[in-house]
Design a protein around this ligand. Structure first.
Ligand SMILES: [Zn+2]
Length: 66
C-alpha cells in the first residue's frame, strides 16, 4: 500500500501522472524524450526521468545507422 505523500497537497500518492517533456543538454538541439512524474491531484512534479521506452528506441535506431 502506498504511503508516500505529495509535498504540496499532502495527499497520499497512490499513482503517478506521466507527462512527456523534452530534455536537452546546454544549448544543444535535439536531446532526449523524458517524462515528469506528477501528483495526480495537484500536478506538482514529484520527479523526472528519461523516457525508458523512447531511449530504447533511440539507441536501437542509432545502432542501425552505424
Ligand atoms: Zn499533490
Amino acid at each position: 500500500m502506498a504511503t508516500g505523500k505529495c509535498p504540496k497537497c499532502e495527499k497520499t500518492v497512490t499513482r503517478l501522472k506521466l507527462e512527456g517533456v523534452d530534455a536537452t543538454e546546454g544549448f544543444s538541439t535535439g536531446g532526449w524524450k523524458a517524462v515528469t512524474l506528477l501528483c495526480p491531484s495537484c500536478s506538482t512534479v514529484l520527479g523526472a526521468a528519461i523516457d525508458p521506452i523512447a531511449i530504447k528506441t533511440d539507441i536501437i535506431n542509432s545502432l542501425k545507422r552505424t
